[in-house]
Design a protein around this ligand. Structure first.
Ligand SMILES: C[C@](O)(C(=O)O)[C@H](CC(=O)O)C(=O)O
Length: 353
């Protein structure tokens, strides 16, 4: 297939041998699939609307980052609206919605398989839609919340929610955080059924949501079994592999080598089961996506606890002067929202806010 080419505004048809590409990425008149026009055939009118890259679905933007670059995509873990807004403020290419953080913030519960599909989907939908065309969100899908039918439904729901990618693991349904002891996994075949159901859902929905196959088998069944499981997942057409809880840096490096050409994701959990691997090291090893599950729940807990202790002891919070109600609301889109109101002719904010 010929590459997509954007033609100048007033040209709507061209014979194959006359294609002059004007590669203006933001134009909205494009001609694709020139090879459908046989050489020398009558001119064929073909207009296809292709939105600018920034307006493509988040899943497509994530797919492009994975397949059209060699960059390591660094995703801070976010667990609520404010942490997601903060990640947007600092500027990341993609975000990760942690299941552990969702469970902690939405339910106040430990990461023990208690969050339901409804909890996870609602949370993911809010986070993925904070900003129009914001950075794509990869979300945790745990063990899929049931059998293949339920996995199918979960993937459809995540697609409707605007999630760009998700990981689906081989733990038993009463799962636990990958960095706790005593994990149990289902058989290869059972996990592959989950992955097949996920594939079927994205095919039926016409979606390119990024499917990340995660194995937690290391603790129970060893490294070789993880490699076999991930090979099976790759054969099933999963986009990315995730081996949870590498015991050593050598294992991490070896896995990337084994799967050269198939992107691997690294989950960094400081003080978890794995050695600390920095972004630079992960990039050098060849990982393609790196998530930091605890990037916001750990510091949030530390800061909130320290502040509560100060309040108890000194009777004040000690918040820095630059942190005002307005500055927090600005992180949460205050100025954009006011602009929407003013542009629409609203008067409520004319004298400022
Ligand atoms: C990645 C993870 O699924 C998450 O929910 O963020 C967790 C993180 C954690 O609890 O350490 C996991 O690794 O299982």
């Amino acid at each position: 297939m010929a590459p997509s080419a954007v033609l100048s505004e007033n040209v709507s048809f061209l014979p194959l041998n006359h294609v002059e590409c004007d590669l203006k990425m933001n134009a909205d008149v494009v001609v694709t699939e020139f090879n459908e026009v046989p050489f020398g055939s009558p001119l064929e009118r073909k207009r296809v609307y292709i939105p600018p890259t920034s307006m493509l679905p988040a899943s497509t933007r994530l797919q492009k980052m994975i397949h059209e670059t060699n960059e390591l995509i660094v995703c801070p873990g976010v667990y609520d609206g404010l942490s997601a807004r903060t990640a947007h403020e600092v500027g990341f290419d993609a975000l990760y919605m942690t299941g552990a953080g969702t469970s902690a913030s939405r339910l106040g519960m430990a990461d023990l398989g208690l969050a339901t599909l409804a909890d996870m989907r609602a949370h993911a939908e809010m986070i993925a839609n904070l900003k129009p065309n914001g950075a794509p969100v990869i979300a945790d899908m745990d063990a899929g919340y049931g059998g293949p039918m339920m996995v199918y439904r979960a993937v459809c729901e995540y697609i409707r929610a605007g999630v760009a990618g998700f990981h689906l693991e081989d733990q038993v349904l009463t799962k636990r955080c990958g960095h706790l002891k005593g994990k149990a996994v289902v058989s290869r075949e059972e996990w592959f059924s989950r992955l097949r159901a996920a594939q079927a859902a994205r095919r039926d929905m016409g979606s390119d949501i990024v499917l990340i196959a995660r194995t937690d088998a290391l603790q129970m069944l060893g490294y070789e079994e993880c490699i076999e499981r991930l090979k099976g997942a790759r054969e099933l057409g999963c986009d990315v592999g995730l081996l949870e809880g590498y015991a050593t840096k050598e294992q991490a490096r070896a896995a990337v080598k084994t799967f050269a050409g198939w992107p691997l994701l690294l989950n960094s959990v400081e003080n978890g089961a794995s050695p600390l691997i920095t972004v630079d090291e992960a990039r050098e090893m060849g990982f393609r996506i790196m998530i930091f599950s605890f990037a916001s729940i750990a510091p949030a807990y530390q800061a909130i606890k320290a502040t509560f202790q100060k309040l108890k002891k000194d009777g004040v919070l000690g918040t820095k002067g630059e942190i005002t109600p307005r500055s927090i609301f600005a992180v949460c889109g205050l100025d954009d929202l006011v602009e929407v109101d003013m542009n629409a002719g609203g008067k409520m904010f004319a004298s400022g806010v």
